[in-house]
Design a protein around this ligand. Sequence first.
Ligand code: AOF
Ligand code: ZN
Length: 357
Amino acid sequence: MNEDHKLLLEALDLASQRKGYTSPNPAVGAIVIKEGKVLGRGFHWGTGSPHAEVEALKNLGNEATGATLYVTLEPCCHFGKTPPCTDLLKSKKLERVVYGFIDPNPIVAGKGGEILTQSGIKAKYLPLSEIENFYQNYAWWTKTRKTWLTGKLAVSKDGNVCSSNGSPVKITGELANELTHFRRNQADVIVTSVATLKADDPRLDVRCGSNVIRKPVWVLDKQLSFSMECQLMKTALSITLVHGKSASGVKKEKLKSVGIECVEISEVDSELLLSELAVRLGERGYHEAWCEFGPRLFSAFTKNRLFNELILYQSTQVEICNGRRAFEEERGWVLDDYRIASEERLGADVKESWVLK
Ligand code: AOF
Ligand code: ZN
């Protein structure tokens, strides 16, 4: 790994600290280096806050002259909520800028790099697969205005997800659980269903060590049968119920009065039109939603190609005698439109990541 590659990955670590908290802006990290010494580090805190480049350069005067900036995303060249980073980089007289992703935002889209080159700064675009993965949901949202949906399902050795009466069974081990909390943290929003709330009463927050972080949670709830007695009332940052036309107006008013938001989507054949979910989430500027619900909805999403990515935890140890099947039909058929992108052993579980073909 050469020096540019290494430093860009360090900038990515900085960006990672705020992934899941900056939408509609992307999470960005930056490092300033001169003669092998780090002069500054920074990341973008969130929309309306200074960009990563500004943070990394904020304590630097003349010593920044001739330095190199490593930044995960192409520097912006437009006036948004904040002024163009390209102006700052010119005024600080940087010698080089190395960036890992071309900003898909059409007002930037390559122009940031060009402006730097024209002003005599050596601008280098260095693509890295880690950075490409990091920004895939931002790029998807920028292009389609839909939120990238990642579905997660844990499956026992014998192909079940819970006991036959729907009560939960602990399937995954510590490592898979850690990954779930990491992915919840890096998603902008969490999606579940009212059936899952009734069966499991999950917290759906992020627990890393003693830290507990609450995230916005959206619940698919066609009839607004949500019960305020659930844990989510305390563990979610905000609750949004996604319902159909037939939901009662009285219920809606009652929910609104306690701060719960209701969003209506279309119904087709008395079922929620699930394809509208990513559009509604996208309108809020969310780049990624982490979806945790049961096998019926999970199959409906995969059959309709609605997940951009799915994570299957396949246990090699836990068995659930006479349990509820993970897939109504043959797994191969349900996942026909997906292919395995990666497979990784996590203790007694195998984590498979599937993406659309
Ligand atoms: C950068 N560095 O750290 C980020 C960038 O409204 P503004 O001024 O915050 O601009 C938001 C846009 O700037 C956002 O849509 C994306 O194109 C870019 N984000 N650019 O140079 C950063 N967060
Ligand atoms: Zn900027």
